[in-house]
Write a protein that binds this ligand. Structure first.
Ligand SMILES: NC(=O)c1ccc[n+]([C@@H]2O[C@H](COP(=O)([O-])OP(=O)(O)OC[C@H]3O[C@@H](n4cnc5c(N)ncnc54)[C@H](O)[C@@H]3O)[C@@H](O)[C@H]2O)c1
Length: 448
């Protein structure tokens, strides 16, 4: 039967594949995400832009829906570590909002995307859905587990038909670049060494993303109600083996080891027999084949250094997309801003007629560069990154204009010492502010 299925996080890596899989299975997916999908045109797939943290957005999105696949989350473990309140709001509170909105709207069916990280504190060699869990060490796991518990409570208290799917480590086309396989492949493509945290003996169960998406859609089946399923593969791989597969697929690069990460996922074997028996699901794609498919997809993507030559209009579109992506990245904008101000400083120093004037310009240039540096290296909370980019751009433009004006206005003489002192004091205040502000912004979030 054709169902209208809301996919929260449908613009994301796994969610976008769930959208594809739903279409292939004859359903009508509807994307709910905080950003437009880079993978689906709203003309083809109805898209609702909204915030998981606002129940009213979810209520609006749920009108006319038969089911929900809930994947929106703070899925990057590093970001969870950096912004714990924001991540908990999304992964715990956001899931609660989805369940509450579903209850209010009378949408009975909810499939919740969890993770095999829930087993990371269990001291067992092999785990399945019946394995008792221990309180998790990592905040990401705590948030995802909270979501699982809310699903159970809503099923018990309000009769909601929930299913939990615990994903193995996904990889494949559209993967976030920070994940292990994309970053290995990226480094290998650049000819850089592959870095392994720790010994590399930790085992992982990598699942090709299209297999996972298939599992999510199968989990909408009536027999899955009230159940939890591992969606992992029997094929476990050590990080060391993974690095070797990437090296074999992409090209010869060195493999180097660094210190292990705190709270890293333990490598128990994940049993997915229940999903096989009850849903007919299997992760069909072998790691080597999946990595080869990922590399092939990556080579077709704009901005990949090894991409095949493209036609001129396609090249223009590619450059526009790369530029747009760069402009949204605070670190990238910060580096460009630092280069621009440093170049302007060097230019005015070289144009100085006296040593004293050159010294003044050096002081002024440094007074602009130091707060710009603080803006570039201290990450702002994700929802304020646009403000970080705008502040960086503004400071850089003001800095370059100011240096130009001072250089032409001061003729052969130096800058008044009071002005230099004022600039240095202002620089110190701005630098402190740009170091403290991101933390304050994170703390000011509702419920923080
Ligand atoms: N990627 C992994 O390694 C992994 C492993 C196991 C489980 N999971 C789970 O799978 C799900 C999908 O992960 P992914 O890798 O596709 O992540 P992703 O980051 O690619 O996608 C998450 C999506 O959620 C959206 N989102 C974030 N905050 C939102 C908000 N406030 N309101 C609306 N939308 C919001 C994002 O814009 C993004 O499109 C998550 O629930 C994650 O916890 C991921």
């Amino acid at each position: 039967m054709r169902s209208v299925v809301l996919v929260t996080g449908g613009a994301g890596f796994i969610g976008s594949h769930v959208v594809d899989r739903l279409i292939a299975a004859g359903h009508e997916p509807r994307i709910f995400d905080q950003r437009p999908s880079p993978w689906h045109d709203p003309k083809d797939v109805q898209t609702i832009i909204g915030d998981l943290r606002r129940v009213e957005d979810l209520r609006r999105a749920l009108r006319g829906c038969d089911a929900i696949c809930h994947l929106a989350a703070a899925a990057d473990v590093g970001e969870v570590h950096a912004h714990p309140h924001w991540a908990t709001e999304l992964n715990g509170g956001g899931t609660l909002n989805v369940l509450e909105a579903a209850r209010e709207a009378g949408v009975q069916r909810v499939v919740y995307a969890s993770t095999v990280w829930v087993y990371s504190d269990v001291p067992a060699e092999e785990v399945d859905e019946a394995t008792p869990l221990l309180p998790p060490a990592h905040l990401y796991t705590a948030g995802k587990l909270a979501g699982e518990l809310y699903c159970r409570s809503y099923a018990e208290l309000y009769g909601l038909k929930t299913t939990v799917v615990r994903f193995g480590i996904p990889y494949g086309p559209r993967a976030r670049p920070a994940a292990v396989i994309p970053s290995f492949v990226d480094r290998a493509l650049r000819g850089e060494p592959l870095t392994i945290a720790g010994t590399g003996e930790q085992e992982r169960s990598f699942v090709y993303v299209e297999d996972l998406a298939d599992g999510v859609v199968r989990a909408l089946a009536p027999q899955a109600v009230g159940k939890t399923y591992n969606l992992a593969t029997r094929e476990t791989t050590t990080i060391r083996e993974l690095a070797e597969i990437v090296r074999d697929t992409v090209g010869a690069v060195d493999i180097v080891h660094t210190d292990g990460r705190a709270g890293d996922l333990r490598g128990a074997r994940i049993d997915s027999t229940r999903a096989e028996d009850e849903l007919g699901w299997r992760a069909h794609t072998h790691l080597r084949d999946g990595i080869a498919a990922y590399v092939a997809w990556l080579r077709e993507q704009p901005g990949t250094s090894v991409a095949a030559p493209t036609s001129a209009p396609a090249e223009h579109r590619r450059l526009a997309r790369v530029a747009r992506a760069g402009l949204g990245n605070p670190a990238g904008v910060g580096i460009v801003a630092l280069i621009a101000v440093a170049s302007a400083t060097i230019a005015v120093i070289l144009g100085a007629r006296q040593d004293a004037q050159a010294a003044d310009f050096t002081a002024l240039g440094s007074a602009i560069l130091v707060p710009l540096w603080a803006l570039t290296v201290v990450p702002w909370p994700p929802e304020h990154r646009r403000h970080q980019v705008a502040t960086t751009t503004l400071l850089a433009v003001l800095g370059v204009v100011l240096l130009g004006l001072l250089s032409s206005a001061s003729g052969g003489g130096g800058v008044h010492p009071m002005r230099i002192a004022l600039a240095v004091a202002l620089s110190a205040c701005l630098t402190s502010a740009f170091r403290i502000l991101p933390r304050r912004l994170a703390a000011l979030r509702p419920n923080a």
